[in-house]
Ligand binder design. Sequence first.
Ligand code: ZN
Length: 328
Amino acid sequence: MNMEPCVIGIDFGKTNVRFAIAGEQPELKYFTKRPYLRRAPEDIHRQIFEGIDAALQEAGYEHSAVRGIGIDVPAVVNRETGVILWGPDWDFMAGASLTKPIAARYGVPVVADVDPVMATWGEQWAGVGKTCKRFAVLTWGTGLGAGLVIDGEVQEYPDNLFPEFGHSRVSDDDWPCKCGATGCIDTLVCGGGIARHGRLAVEAGRHSLLRDLCGNAAEKVTSPMVFEAAQRGDAVAIAILERVAVLLGRLCGNLVLTMQPEKIVIVGGLTDRCGWVLDTINRTMHDNCWLLFKGLTKCEVVASELGDQAGVLGAIRKVQLKTGASIK
Ligand SMILES: [Zn+2]
């Protein structure tokens, strides 16, 4: 049995939950990912207990080795009480404390926060933060989350809030966003938006591989289909992703105007699918931001090197720092 002190990180996505264990250093001793049930608070707590107990057993740790537990969730959390405030995919948890039953069971500090904040902590500790004191994070997937690190400090705002420029209104389209507004960049560039661009192309009778991939049923087009078609050279799919990359590049240019980051790191699966998306984002950012094209500052948009571990790493770091869960 491993008696060394450790901290547990948990990261709830929309469909999967990840469990990880680390010691003092930003290196995971254990990592696993599995689907989870979104039903009621007691189901979430039960799945956390089972996941922690299995992680400790499989990694060979005693329960007494645990010094703290950090949880990354797709919802806004009261940072003091761990009560879930709101989140489009986590409404069933609203009003319930995520952290209290866990702290009671394991007798250690437990902290929870929303996913872009945790991903930013992860990048600050284990990713670009190792070489960069001033950077922005974009979590690009089913939504577009954001985080900022200025002078080495992760920016957490009052009232449990955090940077929200993923909901910048950039379009006159009436596409409704889950935030309640319309025309947010989130609705245009994320999984749902990319699928919707693909559906519209199929409905318009455009000649595209997408028609084959969805069996000529426009409503079945998904964002992975658009990426697959683009990778196979389909002009319609490439145009959709070019448009998405241009919008992201403009957002990055605005970020440079606002905070002059050394880097903007994109966390999430989508950048891995097509390397040239990142090139288009960088070129557009540069060509649309006078601080860059006049050479007054520099910034590079990069893909995260943490894969899908940014969330658990951030959760671990946050509980280490915020609760004094020192493992030295
Ligand atoms: Zn929005």
